[in-house]
Design a binder for this molecule. Structure first.
Ligand code: MG
Length: 417
C-alpha cells in the first residue's frame, strides 16, 4: 500500500530578506549582521583560514576545546547520574545553539557567530550548576568572587592550552564581545568605574576593549534569548520526567494552558509524556516566532542599518514582545517555585554546594594536594594568584570528577540523589 503523507496547509511565502541583504559564505545576510571580513580581529593576529569565515573558525575552536567536552558531565538542573535522559550542560548548550541558529537564519544574521557564542556561553560553569557557582562565589568573596560568565571568558582567553602561539582560543573580538555582553551592557557609560565588574572581565578588558557600555551584536542577543527559550522548555520536560510537575499543574500557567488546549483539540487526551512534548514543541515555536517578529519591529523602529546601530540602540533588539515577556516571566515564576526551589532539588544542591566548598578549602589549606601539574604553580604564588588558580581548577571539574576527588580527600561524601 502506498503511504501518503497528509498535505500540510499551504503556507503563504513570505520574504524574510531585509533591504540591503547580501550573500556571504553562501547565506543571505542583512546589512546589520556581523561580518567576519570586517571583524575587529583577534588579540594575536593570525592568517585567514582558506576554507572558513573567522566566526566559523571560532565555533570550531570552541567545539574542539577541552572545556566543551567537560560539559558532558556537568549538571544543568538535575544531577545527570540520577537518570539517563536529563539535560546536561552539554545537551543544554546544543539546544541553545539550535534555537540560536533558527533565529539567526530568520533574521538574516551571521549564524556561525550566533552558534559560536551559544556553544561557548556556559564553558565557565563549575560542577553542579548554580550550586557550584554559589559555593565558589562564597569561598572566594574576599578575592573578588566567582561568576560563570567571567569564567567562560577565562576559559577561552587563558585556560585552554592547546595552541603553540597563545593560551586560550584566540577568538575574534565579536565572539568575545558576545560572550561577555550577551545579557546586556556591563557598564552604564564608557568612562564608568570598572570596580563592580567581575575581576576576570575587568582585567581582560584592559588588554582588549570590549566596549562594555554598549549592547552586544544581534548575534549575541540571539544567543542570550535562545538560552532562555531552551532552558524554559527543557526544564519543563525534565521536571515532568522527575515527577516534580504534572500536566494539570501546567493548566495554571497561562502560556502552557493555551498550548495544552491546542494539543487537546487536535489529539484529545494524550499520555503525560507526549502531552508535555507537544506543549514543548509548540512553546519553542511560539517563543521563536514572537521574538523574530518583535526583533523585526525593533529593527524598524531604530532604523537599524549596520551592526553598530544595534550596539548603540539603547535597548535590546532581540527580545520578546511585551505580552510574551509577561507570560514567559509567569512561566519562570512557576518553574522557580515548582522546580528550582523544590526540596528534592534544593537538598541535592545544598550537598553539591558543600562538596565544592570543601574541595576549594582543602586545596587552599594544602596546595600541594592539588593533583599533577596543578600543584606546583599554586605553592609558589601569593594568595590572590593561588585562589584564582584553585578556582580555575575546581570550576573546570566535572560533577563526577568533583565527587571522585571529594571521596579521595574526605572520609564522607554526601549522596547526591
Ligand atoms: Mg545556559
Amino acid at each position: 500500500m502506498k503511504c501518503v503523507e497528509p498535505m500540510a496547509p499551504k503556507a503563504k511565502a513570505v520574504s524574510i530578506e531585509p533591504a540591503g541583504a547580501t550573500i556571504r559564505y553562501g547565506r543571505v545576510v542583512a546589512s546589520y549582521a556581523c561580518d567576519g571580513a570586517a571583524s575587529r580581529g583577534r588579540f594575536i593576529a593570525e592568517a585567514a583560514c582558506p576554507t572558513r569565515s573567522p566566526f566559523q573558525r571560532d565555533r570550531d575552536r570552541i567545539v574542539h576545546s577541552t572545556a566543551f567536552r567537560r560539559l558532558t558531565h556537568k549538571t544543568q538542573v538535575f544531577i545527570a547520574h540520577e537518570a539517563d535522559h536529563y539535560r546536561t550542560r552539554l545537551t543544554h548548550t546544543l539546544e541553545v545553539a539550535q534555537v540560536a541558529r533558527a533565529m539567526a537564519r530568520q533574521l538574516c544574521l551571521d549564524e556561525d557567530l550566533a552558534e559560536a557564542i551559544a556553544l561557548a556561553h556556559d564553558l565557565g560553569h563549575p560542577p553542579f550548576g548554580h550550586a557550584g557557582e554559589r559555593a565558589l562565589d562564597n569561598h572566594t568573596a574576599r578575592f573578588g568572587g566567582f561568576d560563570h560568565n567571567a569564567q567562560s571568558l577565562r576559559v577561552v582567553t587563558e585556560l585552554e592550552h592547546k595552541y603553540a602561539g597563545f593560551d586560550g582560543l584566540n577568538l575574534s573580538w565579536e565572539t568575545l564581545e558576545g560572550l561577555v555582553k550577551h545579557n546586556g551592557p556591563l557598564l552604564k557609560a564608557a568612562d564608568a568605574a570598572t570596580e563592580a565588574l567581575p575581576w576576570a572581565i575587568a582585567e581582560f578588558n584592559k588588554r582588549l576593549d570590549l566596549e562594555l557600555a554598549d549592547h552586544a551584536s544581534a548575534e549575541a542577543q540571539v544567543a542570550a534569548l535562545a538560552d532562555e527559550i531552551a532552558y524554559s522548555n527543557h526544564d519543563l520536560d525534565d521536571a515532568f520526567r522527575a515527577e516534580l510537575i504534572t500536566v494539570d499543574m501546567l493548566r495554571d500557567v497561562p502560556l502552557t494552558e493555551e498550548l495544552l488546549n491546542d494539543v487537546s483539540v487536535t489529539y484529545g487526551d494524550l499520555s503525560g509524556a507526549r502531552m508535555i512534548y507537544e506543549v514543548n514543541r509548540r512553546l519553542i515555536t511560539a517563543m521563536i516566532s514572537d521574538a523574530v517578529c518583535e526583533a523585526r519591529r525593533r529593527l524598524g523602529v531604530h532604523e537599524v542599518r549596520k551592526a553598530d546601530d544595534i550596539r548603540h540602540a539603547g535597548e535590546p533588539i532581540i527580545a520578546f514582545s511585551k505580552s510574551m515577556q509577561e507570560r514567559v516571566e509567569e512561566l519562570g515564576r512557576f518553574l522557580f517555585e515548582a522546580v528550582y526551589r523544590h526540596e528534592r532539588v534544593m537538598r541535592v544542591m545544598r550537598n553539591a554546594e558543600q562538596v565544592v566548598g570543601e574541595l576549594f578549602e582543602h586545596y587552599l589549606a594544602d596546595r600541594k594536594s592539588l593533583p599533577g601539574a596543578w600543584a606546583e604553580p599554586s605553592v609558589q604564588c601569593d594568595d590572590v594568584v593561588a585562589v584564582r588558580h584553585i578556582t580555575d581548577f575546581v570550576a573546570g571539574m566535572t560533577d563526577r570528577y568533583a565527587l571522585q576527588e571529594h571521596r579521595r580527600l574526605f572520609d564522607a561524601t554526601p549522596d547526591l540523589r
